[in-house]
Design a protein around this ligand. Structure first.
Ligand SMILES: NC(=O)c1ccc[n+]([C@@H]2O[C@H](COP(=O)([O-])OP(=O)(O)OC[C@H]3O[C@@H](n4cnc5c(N)ncnc54)[C@H](OP(=O)(O)O)[C@@H]3O)[C@@H](O)[C@H]2O)c1
Length: 336
């Protein structure tokens, strides 16, 4: 497989070569949401850097929100930054009520400003046993699709009014979708049909391909009128909770797992480097929207992701699904 081989060579080259770092930008006055920021994750590191540059950052996790916030605040104190820059709230992207509650909470507690939404939260299940199909979401969707794409789509729709308003007010609002280079394993057809044989890497790839279509469609719809830009990115292969889940021996614990973690840390990028492209996309002045980024620069996504007809169709289908969630009499979403 020349594609996988060249990806591996590229990865090793990057791991041991110099990695581009985002240039520090004064983020004072910018309001940012980073989804999925539990400790040892890319979201945590992204939030830590952006808050230390002056942004007001809201982070989310499905659990242990208080300890995540405490840890981030402690890190900021140690860096000499203001800990009040960070606040945290629970968010389960697979749970419609949780997404609505989060969006309402944000609107009530952070006024009508939102400059950067970073759809970072994500899962990749059964990395080493990809033929094993994980349980679907409570509402019956394939779990990667539901978590990585549909949940983020729903959240973005609810926050769109704030993003548009902020874009009009200050001339620069952004939606940043953390995708993956694995989006290029799959074809557009898979976005609308179920495969005969399950493979978790394909399911993950489809959710990440959908996120790129989503970014490009936001750009087409809202960039000119609302100054709302959107990009997708690949952070690199990074040593996080997600990749450590794949280290053998996790269930049995003990020495094998520890050895596995050490080995993983040798072949995967450290967190600080992994967060750089997201940080750059969230902070760089005059970022080019409607693009796919990697290593702090514009990169080429797959040809499939550039198909505008697919982006539009995917948007329409996802939007139709979101509309089914509005309960009779309204569920409060419209008030955000
Ligand atoms: N690490 C890599 O090599 C790599 C490569 C390419 C792309 N990415 C992408 O980068 C993003 C961050 O991943 P990571 O490596 O930092 O993984 P991670 O350490 O596992 O962090 C993922 C975050 O997503 C949150 N999350 C999971 N399920 C959720 C749900 N249902 N609702 C809301 N939040 C949920 C997790 O929260 P809880 O802890 O509360 O579950 C966690 O904070 C993901 O989108 C991933 O696909 C990672």
């Amino acid at each position: 497989m020349p594609n996988s081989f060249s990806k591996s060579v590229n990865h090793l080259w990057r791991l041991f070569g110099r990695n581009p770092m985002a240039e520090r930008v004064d983020m004072s006055g910018r309001h940012v949401i980073v989804t999925g920021a539990s400790r040892n994750s890319l979201g945590y590191e992204t939030a830590r850097i952006l808050a230390s540059w002056g942004a007001s950052v809201v982070v989310t996790s499905t659990c242990n929100v208080a300890s995540m916030a405490d840890s981030l605040k402690e890190d900021l104190r140690r860096m000499g930054a203001r800990e009040t820059q960070v606040s945290a709230h629970s968010l389960d992207l697979c749970d419609v009520d949780s997404v609505s509650a989060f969006a309402r909470w944000y609107g009530q507690n952070h006024g009508d400003r939102l400059h950067v939404l970073i759809n970072n939260a994500g899962i990749h299940k059964n990395i080493l046993s990809p033929r094993k199909k994980p349980s679907p979401s409570k509402d019956g969707f394939e779990i990667h699709w539901r978590t990585n794409y549909l949940g983020g789509f729903h959240l973005t729709c609810l926050l769109l009014p704030l993003l548009k308003r902020s874009g009009l007010e200050c001339g620069d609002a952004r939606v940043i979708n953390v995708s993956s280079h694995l989006h290029d394993r799959v074809k557009n057809g898979g976005l609308f049909s179920t495969a005969d044989r399950y493979h978790s890497w394909d399911a993950y790839g489809l959710s990440k391909l959908a996120l790129i279509h989503f970014s490009f469609e936001i750009q087409r719809r809202y960039a000119d009128q609302y100054n709302l830009q959107s990009v997708a990115l690949h952070p690199g292969s990074v040593d996080t909770n997600l990749t450590r889940m794949a280290v053998p021996g996790r269930r049995t614990g003990g020495v094998f797992h520890r050895i596995g973690c050490v080995l993983a840390s040798l072949v995967l990028l450290p967190l600080e480097q992994g967060a750089q492209t997201t940080v750059m996309c969230a902070s760089k002045h005059s970022l080019k929207g409607g693009r796919y980024y990697c290593r702090c620069g514009i990169a080429e996504p797959s040809d499939e992701s550039r198909d505008e007809t697919t982006s539009k169709l995917l948007w329409d289908r996802s939007d139709a699904w979101v509309k089914t969630l509005v309960k009779p009499g309204g569920n409060g979403d419209e008030q955000i």
